[in-house]
Design a protein around this ligand. Structure first.
Ligand code: BES
Ligand code: MN
Ligand code: ZN
Length: 509
């Protein structure tokens, strides 16, 4: 597997006026103000080149200013760029208020997608704060993503935007500069996660994923340790080994550590890394396995997050754990009815080999707990039940601490990720009782996402704050692209985890 497929998009903060900047396209915002269409702040020079008639021209073309809308028009004389692209921002904010940063992020993403095949775009969207500058940069860089590594591409093949120039952001303002740097690191690492998720499972095996982690570790000065199948056997990692037992591609447990000399806290992030989930002997039917290369999205998210923490030099220790295995049926596979002895020593009766994520995560949670981190957050495409409950754009949050769960939900909202708090009802625990082992890997069907959470909770070390993000819905997008969200791997939860690390560093959690 190659380390990275993504075309890298450059980001610049420009002080040049919109009229004089050389670019292939100028991006402006357009919004609804009652029944009228208005050009958003930041595009005054562009509007001037249209003799103040830009909104009227757009209206003639049928533009409504709605979110997700993009209208391309030829630029008038007086602008250096040949094309103007107007993106909808929804309702214009009340006087004195500014546009919501997620609205800007999505609009910038839409623009970058529409401009696929162009080289350089200048973004003249409204920037009322450093946060807005960061959101626009993030949206543009995330929208400028495509995964074409497996498609024959001639030299004329279209590529994502090579350069994003942000107008309205102030390059000499420390906060603006920091927001742009942060956006670049976050977007590049989210795009790395997307690459890993989109890479087909015949190439992205557990061993190949571990090699990618080692390469990134070298590049960013992270300490990477890999337990291969022999080391896992020696260590007694029965959960990870049991899930990987049916595959020709043996499992791995990868520990990636970022440390800061002044860090006062340590955050352990654990990712489900099933490189392919066939279901195992409890085989998934056709129609349910085509996208199961996405079952390592949690591992990709925590991997990206620890790299961002290193790139930004956050004053917090972040340890990412990738629990990697391929869940396949074969003569050596774990059977429904087998009992596994987990790394914790607990025995688990495997009633359904398709409930494999909790088995690999449990071993990693026990192992991470040995280091007494201040908090553990695991991220997993864990249950179809969570997708039924919350749909495919919202992840569920469970935790052993109500305040921590609330904090993560708030953080997700701040960074523009949809999430919802879910309970861990103690009464469901007994439905995982097993006549043979300490517990089973399944309980009743109803509330399946919560049962998976209750299973994981049993492995969290005494006194450690723990949260579980079930990203089965938003991790992989099968519908039409929208905003900055492409088809395929999305990089769900990375922005939330990065902000969580930042707030942990700031002592706010
Ligand atoms: N990887 C799946 C969950 C999943 C479903 C992820 C849809 C993304 C989209 C997980 O391993 C699984 O198969 N879960 C089972 C658990 C059940 C057997 C208790 C499920 O949700 O059906
Ligand atoms: Mn499964
Ligand atoms: Zn799975």
């Amino acid at each position: 597997m190659e380390a990275s497929f993504t075309t890298v998009t450059a980001l610049t903060l420009s002080t040049a006026g919109a009229a004089t900047l050389r670019a292939d396209a100028l991006v402006v915002g357009v919004a609804k103000a009652g029944k009228a269409l208005v050009v958003a702040p930041g595009a005054e020079a562009v509007d001037k080149a249209f003799d103040g008639r830009l909104a009227a021209v757009l209206e003639t073309l049928g533009a409504s200013g709605g979110e997700g809308e993009a209208t391309k028009l030829p630029a008038p004389a007086g602008l250096k760029a040949p094309v103007v692209l107007a993106v909808g921002l929804g309702s214009a904010p009340e006087d004195g208020e500014s546009y919501d940063s997620e609205t800007l992020r999505r609009a910038a993403g839409t623009a970058a997608r529409v401009l696929f095949g162009s080289k350089k775009a200048a973004f003249a969207l409204p920037v009322a704060s450093a946060e807005d500058a960061g959101a626009i940069a993030e949206g543009a860089l995330l929208g400028a993503y495509s995964f074409d590594a497996y498609q024959e591409s001639g030299k004329d093949a279209k590529k994502p935007l090579a350069e994003v120039a942000l107008l309205g952001a102030k390059p000499r303002d420390k906060a603006h500069k920091a927001a742009a740097d942060r956006a670049l690191a976050v977007a590049e690492e989210i795009n790395r996660a997307r690459d890993l998720i989109n890479t087909p499972p015949n190439d992205l095996t557990p061993a190949a994923f571990a090699v990618a982690a080692q390469a990134a570790g070298k590049e960013h000065g992270l300490k990477v340790q890999v337990l291969d199948e022999k080391a896992l056997a020696k260590g007694g990692y029965g959960g990870i080994l049991g899930v990987g037992a049916g595959s020709e591609n043996p499992p791995r447990l990868v520990r990636i550590a970022y440390t800061h000399p002044k860090a006062e806290k340590t955050l352990a992030l654990i990712g489900k890394g099933i490189t392919y989930d066939s279901g195992g002997i409890s085989l998934k039917p056709a129609g349910h396995n085509e996208t199961m290369k996405c079952d390592m999205s949690g591992a990709a998210a925590v991997f990206s997050t620890v790299v961002v923490a290193a790139r930004l030099g956050l004053e917090v220790n972040v340890t990412a754990w990738l629990a990697l295995a391929e869940n396949m049926p074969s003569g050596s596979a774990t059977r429904p009815g087998d009992v596994l002895r987990m790394y914790s020593g607990k025995t688990v009766e495997v009633l359904n080999t398709d409930a494999e994520g909790r088995l690999v995560l449990a071993d990693a949670i026990t192992r991470a707990s040995e280091e007494h981190p201040d908090a553990i957050v695991d991220v997993a495409t864990l249950t179809g039940a969570m997708v039924l409950a919350l749909g495919d754009r919202t992840f569920g949050i469970m935790a052993n601490d109500d305040d921590y769960r609330t904090a993560i939900h708030d953080i997700a909202g701040e960074v523009g990720e949809q999430s919802w708090p879910m309970p861990l009802p103690a009464d469901l625990r007994k439905t995982m009782d097993s006549p043979t082992a300490d517990m089973a890997n399944m309980g009743v069907r109803m509330g399946g996402g919560l049962i998976a959470g209750l299973f994981l909770q049993e492995f969290v070390g005494e006194g450690i704050t723990w949260a579980h993000l079930d990203i089965a819905g938003p991790a992989f997008h099968e519908g039409a692209p929208y905003g900055y969200t492409p088809k395929g791997g999305t990089g769900s939860s990375v922005r939330t985890l990065v902000r969580l690390a930042e707030l942990t560093a700031a002592g706010e959690l």
